[in-house]
Design a protein around this ligand. Structure first.
Ligand code: ATP
Ligand code: MG
Length: 377
């Protein structure tokens, strides 16, 4: 049998691998139970999916069903409908007969084609004929509401990587349609989560776009340092190794408590540790983490203009605001102030930098180390 891994990354964290987020989980659960639409935003890999899946696990009951789907791979509106219908049917029907009945009763205008696996389990593939039927597409959007009424329950649909819809052709028309249908529903609510921060903001915070003020917006923060330290120490202990609380704290701090990196760095330290983790092993692991990410960072930075690189260097040197001041523009060769604002926009768009209030910072803590070591030593 495979030994349980003490640290997880690369997939969402669940069960005993999930730590903290007690308040956020309770908040989400309350929104689910009371039918409040929720928008959940955070930078990449901070733990949105893990959190929502946690809430999903804890919510399922006969009067509240939660459906989860990830639309990262959906290229257009049609793919969205197909995937939406499949997820809703599969996750709300309790038996195969129910699945078939819902498809026939609620999606008739879309001539649903079902191919059944073994004819017993819910191993069904569903294809809808959407060609030239824009109105019938709304039947798909109404599917959860219809099912909720029939089952006399409430349904929450969680859509992960929701920012993807910003990339669809005629995105605004599609958003209008979604919003138009969704806002009339009584028994269905939505939890929309996404990571490309500027896109998510655009969808929900531009007053002329359909999703403006759609629901309760949660900005997922970082997991507190004490939680991470406790979690790391306990993981070492449970696998017959040890780490001091100080070193565990340094692991979390070195990566700004960025969830995925904390797990990854802790894992690398754990791998090197025989009995008790040492300072040297920590340094070695941190360097390894930088190396592992190096190809990705090279790719992210290779197409940058020299202005953009100069700007990054200024931020890295601690100039987190006021880059349009004459001295800084000269020192870092940033061109004019109009140029500075253009560069800033481009780097924010590429998510290489982030902004909180007036302060700019390099979003990725390991990228920051890499820039310091490789590009601007
Ligand atoms: N509550 C948690 N407890 C422990 N580890 C966590 C937690 N949340 C996230 N992580 C760590 O962070 C990683 C990323 O989590 P997750 O996939 O949920 O983030 P995400 O915000 O959905 O990322 P993406 O932007 O890529 O969709 C996980 O693999 C895990 O290592
Ligand atoms: Mg995710």
């Amino acid at each position: 049998m495979q030994a349980a891994r003490p640290f997880v990354f690369g997939t969402s964290a669940s069960g005993e691998n999930f730590t903290d987020r007690v308040e956020e989980t309770a908040h989400l659960l309350a929104n689910f139970r009371h039918g409040v639409n929720t928008i959940l935003i955070s930078p990449r890999r901070w733990g949105k999916t893990s959190l929502v899946q946690r809430a999903v696990e804890q919510t399922q009951s006969s009067d509240l069903l939660v459906v989860y789907l990830d639309i990262f791979s959906c290229r257009d509106e049609e793919e969205f409908y197909q995937q939406f219908a499949r997820a809703v049917l599969k996750q709300t029907a309790s038996r195969l007969e129910e699945y078939i009945a819902y498809a026939k009763d609620f999606l008739a205008r879309l001539s649903p084609k079902l191919s059944l696996g073994d004819g017993v389990s819910m191993d069904v593939s569903l294809a809808l004929d959407l060609k030239g039927k824009p109105l019938a597409a709304e039947d798909v959007l109404n599917l959860p509401e219809q099912i909720a009424r029939r089952k006399a329950c409430r349904i929450v649909v969680c859509i992960d990587e929701f920012q993807q819809i910003g990339e669809f052709r005629d995105s605004v028309a599609f958003q209008k349609r979604l919003r138009g249908v969704w806002q009339l529903q009584q028994s269905t609510s939505y939890c929309l989560l996404g990571s490309r921060k500027h896109l998510m903001h655009e969808l929900f915070e531009k007053s002329d776009l359909p999703f403006y003020k759609f629901g309760d917006t949660l900005h997922l923060g970082r997991i507190p340092i004490q939680d991470w330290a406790g979690y790391i120490c306990q993981r070492f202990q449970r696998t017959g190794k040890a780490i001091s609380p100080e070193l565990a704290t340094r692991i979390a701090e070195a990566v700004d408590r960025h969830s995925s990196y904390v797990q990854q760095l802790a894992w690398l330290v754990w791998v090197h540790t025989q009995e008790t983790a040492t300072e040297a092993q920590y340094e070695q692991a941190l360097q390894q983490l930088v190396e592992q990410n190096s190809p990705l960072f090279e790719k992210q930075t290779e197409g940058l203009s020299s202005y953009q690189l100069n700007f990054l260097r200024a931020v890295l040197d601690g100039h987190t605001e006021g880059l349009a001041k004459r001295e800084l523009m000269e020192e870092y060769r940033l061109g004019s102030s109009a140029n500075v604002s253009r560069i800033k926009g481009a780097l924010l768009g590429k998510e290489l930098i982030d902004q909180q209030g007036d302060q700019l910072f390099i979003s990725d803590p390991i990228l920051r180390l890499w820039l310091g070591q490789r590009l601007f030593p």
